[in-house]
Ligand binder design. Structure first.
Ligand SMILES: [Cu+2]
Length: 277
C-alpha cells in the first residue's frame, strides 16, 4: 500500500504541475481525444510537450507513463488542468484519504521532476538583492514584521526558502514570512522565486484557516482570481524558476499566503495577507 500511495502522490503532484506553465490558460472542453484543446497562452505548447516528456519517464504499465499511459493523452492532460471533468478534490473539494499517506517528501520529488520545466528564470546572484528589496510605494516596518502598500498597485518579490533564511519560509523585503497589507482594489503582482536548491515551493493567497491543511494545493482555494502559483521546480544551471501571481485584491478582509507544497504550510511557510477597506 505504501507503494501505491507514493505513486498516487507523484501522480497528484504531476497533475497540479501540468497546469503550472499554463495556469492562466483557459481549458476548452471540446477537442479531439488525443490532442489538448487549443487554448490561449504562449506557454501552453511547451508545457504540454514538457509534460509528455516528463510523464514518459515513468514505465509503461503505470497509470501515468509510457506511450499508452492514460495520463499521456490530451484528455488526461485536460483532466489534470482542472477541466470540469476533473474530480471534485481537484476543484476545491476534500482530498481523498488514500492520497494522504506518503513515504517520500513530495516537495523534493516535485522539485526534481520539474527542475527542467519551461518558464522564466532568475540569476541566483540576484536572489539576495531581490529578497531584501523594498518594494516601490511600500512601507516596511521591520519591528512590526509588516509590508504596507498604500497605492493602487503593489508589486512584490517573494523568495521561497533562500539561503540565510530558515528552511520552509518566505522572504520579502528582508523579512521572514511578513504580514502584507494592501488596500481593497489594489492590483497585486507577486513574483515568486524558488531559491531552494532541492525542494519545490509555491504560493497561494487564500482565505484564513487553510494553513492547517497538509496539501493546500488541494484544499486552499485562491481567494482571488489569479492568486495562486502552484509550484516551481528546483533551480538548475539555467537559474532559479520564477513566476508571477497577478490579481486584484477585490474584497477587504484577512487572508493568508502559504506554500502549496504538501507539508510546508504546516511547518510555518505562510504569512498574513490583509486587505484593508
Ligand atoms: Cu514550500
Amino acid at each position: 500500500m505504501v507503494r501505491v500511495r507514493s505513486t498516487l502522490t507523484i501522480a497528484m503532484t504531476a497533475m497540479i504541475a501540468a497546469g503550472l506553465g499554463a495556469a492562466i490558460a483557459v481549458v476548452a472542453t471540446r477537442s479531439s481525444p488525443t490532442q489538448p484543446a487549443v487554448v490561449s497562452g504562449p506557454s501552453y505548447g511547451s508545457s504540454y510537450s514538457y509534460y509528455r516528456s516528463m510523464m514518459s519517464r515513468f514505465g509503461t504499465g503505470s497509470m501515468m507513463g509510457g506511450a499508452n499511459g492514460s495520463m499521456m493523452g490530451g484528455a488526461g492532460y485536460r483532466w489534470m488542468m482542472g477541466s470540469t471533468a476533473a474530480p471534485g478534490w481537484m476543484r476545491g473539494g476534500t482530498l481523498p484519504s488514500y492520497m494522504m499517506g506518503v513515504n517520500t517528501d513530495p516537495g523534493k520529488v516535485m522539485g526534481r521532476l520539474f527542475a527542467d520545466a519551461p518558464g522564466p528564470r532568475v540569476n541566483p546572484a540576484a536572489a539576495p538583492r531581490l529578497g531584501n528589496e523594498v518594494p516601490a510605494g511600500a512601507t516596511v516596518a521591520s519591528a512590526r514584521h509588516r509590508i504596507t502598500f498604500s497605492g493602487r498597485t503593489a508589486r512584490l518579490v517573494v523568495l521561497a526558502s533562500p539561503a540565510g533564511s530558515p528552511d520552509e519560509t518566505f522572504r520579502a523585503a528582508g523579512l521572514v514570512d511578513p504580514t502584507i497589507v494592501v488596500r481593497a482594489g489594489t492590483q497585486v503582482s507577486i513574483e515568486l522565486v524558488n531559491a531552494d536548491p532541492d525542494t519545490a515551493h509555491g504560493l497561494v493567497v487564500s482565505t484564513a484557516r487553510s494553513a492547517s491543511s497538509w496539501a493546500p494545493m488541494m484544499t486552499a482555494a485562491p481567494a482571488f482570481a489569479g492568486s495562486a502559483l502552484w509550484f516551481l521546480g528546483d533551480p538548475t544551471s539555467a537559474g532559479m524558476h520564477a513566476g508571477t501571481l497577478r490579481f486584484t485584491a477585490a474584497t477587504a478582509g484577512n487572508y493568508e499566503y502559504l506554500c502549496t507544497v504538501p507539508g510546508h504550510a504546516q511547518k510555518g511557510m505562510r504569512g498574513v495577507f490583509v486587505v484593508t477597506g
